[in-house]
Ligand binder design. Structure first.
Ligand SMILES: [Zn+2]
Length: 268
């Protein structure tokens, strides 16, 4: 079996402020070590449960946060950005048996993490898919569904873990942090790692089918930007219309077309 891990930083235990996830800042290096440890622990625990190979997409900012020397044998690491529409899921295809999210966090438009955002903290006020606020969890879980790969586990803040359970009740949920206002509460690092090992140990390949999320037949997308000129520019993408000065709408029956649109309007 092959596992795909998409890893982020804002949902890691203890991570609280933007300085801690920004490579220009002195706070950042410590949390790269910690990100690497959380990711490596998930990968090792998955291999104990029968996964023979773990492919890791470093999905935060530069895509170059994980320290390669921390990763165990039989892992592969995708660093930087490929430029294709899968974004934090780049490298995923139908050959994988499961997806796990590490360091995931609450969405723009929701509480639960002082660093709550969706893809861009600067640009996006909210992303809605079929009238519901979509987090990076949902965005990327739908990408997994597009390739028919089940999402078996998520670690991150308690809010995103609750959201994930709502969508995939059989998912292994590993809440490692609670966000309160601009603060966070997390367990000791050794206890976080024990929790990851314990929860991953409950994985049973019999539940793989229950962890399969199915795509809706159509997608009504609403994307609200923080500045009106982002919406104006995005409105020139084929099929996109302005709902109001700050908000664009898009309808498609093909999730990949949404991902393509999203990549281009986020780059503009
Ligand atoms: Zn993120």
């Amino acid at each position: 079996m092959k596992l795909f891990i998409s890893a982020d930083m804002e949902g890691l235990a203890h991570v609280t402020t933007s300085s801690e996830v920004n490579r220009e800042h002195v706070d950042y290096k410590y949390f790269c070590e910690w990100m690497s440890t959380e990711v490596a622990t998930v990968a090792e625990a998955a291999m104990k449960k029968g996964f023979k190979e773990v492919f890791i997409k470093d999905g935060h900012a530069s895509g170059r946060n994980i320290i390669p020397s921390h990763l165990p044998s039989k892992t592969k690491l995708l660093r930087n950005w490929t430029g294709d529409p899968l974004l934090m899921m780049a490298g995923l295809d139908k050959t994988f048996d499961g997806v796990a999210f590490v360091g995931y966090h609450s969405a723009a438009g929701h509480a639960g993490n002082p660093l709550a955002h969706t893809v861009s903290g600067q640009k996006i006020s909210h992303l809605k898919i079929n009238d519901q606020i979509a987090s990076e969890f949902l965005l990327n879980a739908y990408t997994a569904a597009y390739y028919g790969v089940p999402v078996i586990a998520i670690s991150g803040d308690a809010a995103v873990c609750r959201e994930a359970k709502k969508w995939i009740p059989s998912i292994i949920s590993i809440p490692v942090k609670e966000g309160i206002g601009t603060a966070t509460i997390s367990m000791a690092e050794c206890d976080v790692l024990d929790l990851i090992r314990e929860k991953m140990h409950t994985f049973d390949k019999k539940v793989l089918a229950d962890c399969q999320l199915y795509l809706p037949e159509a997608f009504d997308i609403e994307l609200k930007f923080s500045r009106y000129h982002y919406a104006f520019q995005a409105s020139f993408y084929p099929g996109v219309t302005l709902k109001d000065d700050y908000t664009i709408q898009y309808h498609t029956e093909d999730y990949y077309e949404f991902l393509r649109m999203f990549m281009f309007v986020m780059k503009g």
